[in-house]
Write a protein that binds this ligand. Structure first.
Ligand SMILES: [Zn+2]
Length: 83
């Protein structure tokens, strides 16, 4: 017998800037194998997906999908398409 406990923790991210069209996931994955899904909604990226980069206050930047990027911008984050 064993008891399985699943931790459901909540973490807040304060996103200030969203950089759209950061790079194709295929390109990103060539150098970074540790991220395979959107870091917010955990949807798996497909090779051909565009990724966005979210700048988070006091935390590392997040690689996120277009849907989460739109949500962040609607919520008040600054949208950037150029560096
Ligand atoms: Zn997402």
């Amino acid at each position: 017998m064993s008891y399985k406990f699943t931790q459901h923790y909540k973490e807040d991210f304060e996103i200030t800037i969203v950089k759209y069209n950061f790079m194709k996931f295929e390109t990103f994955f060539r150098t970074r194998k540790d991220i395979v899904s959107c870091e917010l909604c955990k949807t798996d990226f497909k090779k051909e997906d565009d990724t966005c980069l979210a700048f988070v206050v006091k935390k590392k930047n997040l690689l996120i999908c277009n849907k989460c990027a739109d949500k962040a911008v609607e919520g008040g984050a600054e949208k950037r398409t150029e560096w």
